[in-house]
Write a protein that binds this ligand. Structure first.
Ligand code: PEP
Length: 254
């Protein structure tokens, strides 16, 4: 049984005061969540606050991006070691917004995943197809090449130390959600891609679903056999909504 992970992706949202209220709300509500693991991936400037407010709680801290390099003359970048220094356990790598708006390729993403693992964090590697690709019948081809594009560069053993998030681009922030069957099928396919290299790692690896997961649909999505948690954007910005999803994770854990 894979322990469900419910991870919030705050994206570029939050001020010190709104973050303080949201983190405090999540921490107090999370005390009733015992089986699912919980994380919040906050913007860089809020990491310090996150480290302070999450200390001693059952909510882990994460970041949304990391530099490929370990340090030095890379103006504006943040290294994996810096994230660890601020208490980050998780880091999102290869989110579709970074692939699309910042030109992140499989090669760059593979380097970010490697740097994160080397520093002791657990990357959440995001993959997913656009609507056009799905309609053209290319979803599996796209997802497969995103997985293999990283796997071929960093090796299967690294997959023992990361999570995968299946995030169909057409469902991110749109209110459209993949049906539980569509999501389950994609997760089975992703697991099969990992199983091509190692059946044991494929069995262990957590595959989260992301794309308009919310309080109303979390239970059904999380009850699918191969959906091992969620990466939550919009709904992670409202403590009560996020906590309902965490509770659904608890239920799914049995
Ligand atoms: C995301 O961007 O990771 C995400 C899943 O967003 P949303 O839940 O808002 O669709």
């Amino acid at each position: 049984m894979r322990r469900p992970l419910i991870a919030g992706n705050w994206k570029m949202n939050g001020t010190k005061s709104s973050a303080e209220a949201l983190l405090s709300g999540v921490v107090s509500g999370a005390t009733s969540v015992s089986k699912a693991e919980i994380a919040v991936c906050v913007p860089f400037p809020l990491l310090c606050l996150g480290e302070q407010l999450l200390a001693g709680s059952n909510v882990q801290l994460g970041a949304q991006n990391v530099c490929t390099e370990s340090g030095g003359a890379y103006t504006g970048e943040v290294s994996a070691a810096m994230l660890v220094d601020f208490g980050c356990r998780y880091v999102i790598c290869g989110h579709s917004e970074r692939r699309e708006y910042y030109g992140e390729t499989d090669e760059i993403i593979a380097k970010k995943v490697s740097a994160s693992i080397a520093a002791g964090m657990t990357p959440i590697l995001c993959v997913g197809e656009t609507l056009q690709q799905r309609e053209d019948g290319l979803a599996e081809q796209v997802i497969g090449s995103q997985i293999k594009g990283v796997l071929s560069r960093i090796g299967i053993d690294a997959f023992d130390r990361l999570e995968i998030a299946y995030e169909p681009v057409w469902a991110i922030g749109t209110g459209k959600t993949a049906s539980p069957e569509q999501a389950q099928d994609a997760h089975v396919f992703i697991r099969s891609q990992v199983a091509d290299e190692s059946a044991a790692i494929a069995e262990k690896i957590r595959i989260l679903y992301g794309g308009s997961m919310k309080a109303a649909n979390a239970r059904e999505l999380l009850s699918q056999a191969d959906i091992d948690g969620g990466l939550i954007g919009g709904a992670s910005l409202v403590a009560d909504d996020f906590l309902v999803i965490c509770q659904a994770g608890d239920l799914a854990a049995g």
